[in-house]
Design a protein around this ligand. Structure first.
Ligand code: CS2
Ligand code: MN
Length: 357
């Protein structure tokens, strides 16, 4: 297990690398080129703009979150092969820069979706929250506007304004894409990149859909155990793995995360570990990482990772906004630093008690 934090890259993050370096136990970051459009090549020079500052700060890049997949690849348009060729070049360039893990998602149109980016909790902290009734009442273009307003001027990952300017066309283009077609397009993509991943030992970790069910009539396929098992079998090669994101999978309380960790054993190159609290089956809010603050058993999750031999990078995921911090929603320094320490505390306790028994 290697404790890391997400860092958005030069110009996109309110959190400085030197501060990340001072969190005990954190040795690396996952980062991205936020200014790139999905489908574009990342050159070696582009990648250097990430590796240079990270290394100067005494940290290392343990993976990329994310190299986003273009809608053309997800939809399967005639442009997809060109975009896949560009993706392969990007993977080659990442491999040459000694980067061997890439997180991505295959959600149509939107990345993670919330109805509220700053819901106030009893103690005054604010958190990201989801209310299905609100989502049911809002049109996709209004949701986009409201996410932009709530984000406090920061670019949200996966919500590229240039792409979402064409939201009506995007929805029209996904009309013919049902979950089977989306799945087939995912398999096509994973097969196409298999060789470059094998050559550079790159592990791809697909991020689960968040929330873990279809929204706005768009298909979602990585929502729980069934979809994950199906994908791991469909492309049964070491590069095809999952990012185990407990908060995304956990948005659906029927998902048994410990069970998912067991069935994906050996195929989890990256873990996002965070907690959330269910208020009803149509409403949840994110919580501090501590088990007692939310609805999830963080000890059981860390224990399952430990027991299945997980040894990859792990990071706290969305944090609460506390102590008046201003940062990308969900990505302040303070609460994620607390999360990183807490998760390492659980791990140390599990490790020592296992070794003593
Ligand atoms: C992240 C996702 O903030 C988050 O919820 O976990 O945005 C994740 O980076 C992407 O879905 C992966 O492509
Ligand atoms: Mn996540």
């Amino acid at each position: 297990m290697e404790m890391t934090l997400r860092w958005y890259g030069p110009g996109y993050d309110a959190v400085d690398l030197w501060k990340i370096r001072q969190i005990p136990g954190v040795t690396g970051v996952v980062t991205s080129l936020m200014g790139k459009q999905p489908g574009e090549v990342w050159t070696e020079a582009d990648i250097k703009t990430l590796t240079d500052p990270v290394e100067e700060a005494g940290l290392k890049i343990v993976g990329i979150e994310s190299v986003n997949i273009s809608d053309d690849i997800k939809i399967g348009t005639e442009k997809r092969d060109e975009h896949i060729a560009n993706y392969i070049t990007t993977l080659e360039n990442l491999g040459k820069a000694d980067i061997h893990m890439v997180c991505y998602n295959f959600m149509p149109v939107f990345d993670w979706t919330r109805s509220d980016l700053a819901r106030k909790r009893e103690d005054g902290a604010t958190v990201l929250a989801y209310n299905q009734d609100m989502i049911d009442q809002i049109k996709p273009d209004k949701l986009r506007e409201s996410m932009e307003k709530m984000s406090g001027g920061f670019t949200l990952p996966g919500w590229e304004p240039e792409r979402l300017d064409k939201i009506a066309e995007l929805f029209a283009a996904y009309k013919e894409v049902d979950s089977d077609k989306l799945f087939a397009n995912l398999v096509y993509f994973l097969e196409a990149i298999a060789d470059v991943c094998a050559k550079y030992d790159i592990k791809m970790g697909i991020h689960p859909d968040d929330p873990a069910w279809p929204i706005f009539g768009l298909p979602r396929i990585i929502t729980g155990k069934e979809g994950i098992e199906k994908l791991l079998k469909a492309v049964d090669k070491p590069h095809n793995g999952i990012t185990l994101c407990t908060g995304s999978l956990g948005s659906n309380p029927t998902n048994d995360i410990v069970d998912i960790i067991k069935i994906a054993k050996g195929r989890i190159p990256f873990a996002h570990v965070r907690n959330l609290r269910y208020n009803s089956d149509r409403d949840f809010e994110e919580a501090a990482h501590l088990s007692s603050d939310g609805s999830m058993d963080m000890y059981a999750i860390m224990k399952a990772l430990y027991d299945t031999g997980f040894d990859g990078p792990i990071r706290p995921d969305h944090g609460r906004m506390v102590w008046d911090e201003v940062a990308v929603p969900g990505y302040g320094l303070y609460d994620r630093a607390m999360g990183a320490c807490y998760l390492q505390g659980l791990w140390e306790a599990i490790d020592k008690s296992e070794k003593r028994n």
